[in-house]
Design a protein around this ligand. Structure first.
Ligand code: HAH
Length: 329
C-alpha cells in the first residue's frame, strides 16, 4: 500500500465519516487500507437475516462479531445492515413446520425475536441501523415491492420494524435504505413513505441512499434534487453503499481494462459528487463505499457474473486511482 498519501477519513473529518463495507476476510486482507482511509464500517453480508439467523432457534454471530471487534479496536463507527429485507432472508422465516405460510402473528413474533437479539447484541457498538432495505417497487405498477413480508404482514410491516428496532435500542439512529433513490419516480415514493412515517411519529431518523451509481446516471442535478427533497423532511441522509460502475446497467460487455474515457468520467463524477456532498454536510452524516477496493467489489459478479468492474477509489492492488486524487484535492 502507498503509505504517503492522504487519508480519506481525515480529509473529510470536518464533514462526515467515510465508511466502507467489509467482510470477515477483508478485515484481514485489506487491513492497512481500511485503517488508513476509513473510520466507519458496515458488514457487507454478515449481519443480514439469513447469515445471523439461519434457523428459528439458531443464531450465528462469529463473523459479525469479528467485524464489530475490528471496528472497536480501530476506533471506527459501525453501521448495521440490515434487519428487514426481501433478499438473503432464510425461507424458514415465512413458513410453518408443515411448509404452509405463517400467520401475521407468528411472523411478527419472529421479527421481534430477530430484532431484539441482533440489535440487542450490538447495542453499544452499532450507532445506526438500516432497519428496512429496498421495500419500494421500482416500477409504477405498485407502491411497495411485492415480498413475503408485505404479503403476510400487510403494509404496516415497515412501521412495525422501526418500532421494534427503537424498542431494542432507543439510542440507535434508524434508517430506511434503498437504491435508485435519486430517480424521480422512486424518489417520490420513498419521500411519501418516510413523510407518512414521520407524521405518525414512527421512530425513523434517516434515509440511506445506497448510491450504486454508474458513470452515466444519475446526473448530479438528479442527486441534488433528491437530497433537497429528502432533506425537507427534517431527517438525516447517508450515502450507504457507494460505488460508480463503469458500465451502464444494461451493458453486459466484459472489457479487459477500463477505457481512458471511463476512468476520466468516473474521476469527474466522484469529484463533483463529493463537492455536492460537502455542500450538504448539515444533513449528510455518513458516506459509505460498498467495498474498499476494486478487487473485492460485489460488482465483479453483478449484474454479470465474473466480470471485472472498477467502481471504487482503490484498484486491485489497493493503489489510489484517478477518482481518489480528485476527491482528496
Ligand atoms: C444492495 N442491493 C444491497 O442493499 C446490499 O445488501 C448488497 O450487498 C448489494 C447491493 C442493490 C441492488 C439489488 O439488490 C438488486 C438490484 C439492484 C441493486
Amino acid at each position: 500500500m502507498n503509505t504517503n498519501i492522504k487519508s480519506l477519513w481525515q480529509t473529510y473529518e470536518a464533514y462526515f465519516p467515510i465508511g466502507t463495507a467489509v467482510n470477515a476476510t477483508t478485515i484481514h486482507t485489506h487491513k492497512d487500507l481500511l485503517v488508513k482511509h476509513f473510520n466507519s464500517l458496515t458488514a457487507e453480508n454478515e449481519m443480514k437475516f439469513g447469515e445471523v439467523h439461519p434457523a428459528e432457534n439458531s443464531y450465528y454471530f462469529e463473523k459479525a462479531d469479528s467485524i464489530a471487534e475490528f471496528a472497536l479496536k480501530n476506533n471506527m463507527k459501525l453501521r448495521g445492515h440490515t434487519l428487514l429485507w426481501h433478499g438473503q432472508t432464510s425461507d424458514w422465516v415465512f413458513k410453518n413446520g408443515n411448509g404452509t405460510k405463517v400467520s401475521r402473528e407468528v411472523l411478527l413474533k419472529r421479527l421481534e425475536d430477530h430484532i431484539n437479539t441482533v440489535v440487542g447484541r450490538y447495542k453499544d457498538r452499532i450507532y445506526c441501523w438500516d432497519v428496512v432495505n429496498e421495500a419500494i417497487e421500482d416500477k409504477s405498477s405498485h407502491f411497495f415491492r411485492q415480498t413475503e413480508w408485505l404479503d403476510i404482514l400487510g403494509e404496516d410491516f415497515i412501521e412495525k420494524a422501526f418500532q421494534l428496532a427503537h424498542k431494542a435500542d432507543p439510542k440507535a439512529m434508524l434508517f430506511y435504505n434503498d437504491y435508485n433513490a435519486c430517480y424521480p419516480e422512486k424518489r417520490d415514493k420513498i419521500y411519501q413513505l418516510v413523510r407518512n412515517l414521520k407524521e405518525r411519529e414512527i421512530p425513523i431518523h434517516g434515509i440511506g441512499l445506497q448510491g450504486h451509481f454508474n458513470i452515466y446516471t444519475p446526473t448530479l442535478e438528479e442527486i441534488k434534487q433528491a437530497i433537497d427533497k429528502y432533506a425537507s423532511l427534517g431527517i438525516k441522509l447517508q450515502i450507504t453503499e457507494l460505488d460508480v460502475s463503469v458500465y451502464e446497467f444494461e451493458d453486459h460487455r466484459s472489457l479487459k481494462m477500463p477505457t481512458h474515457e471511463m476512468i476520466d468520467k468516473q474521476a469527474d463524477f466522484y469529484g463533483k459528487f463529493f463537492e455536492l456532498l460537502k455542500e450538504y454536510k448539515e444533513v449528510i452524516n455518513g458516506v459509505t463505499f460498498w467495498g474498499p477496493s476494486d478487487d473485492v467489489t460485489w460488482l465483479n459478479d453483478f449484474p454479470v457474473y465474473n466480470r471485472q468492474n472498477w467502481p471504487l477509489l482503490f484498484d486491485n492492488q489497493h493503489q489510489p486511482k484517478e477518482a481518489y486524487w480528485r476527491i482528496v484535492q
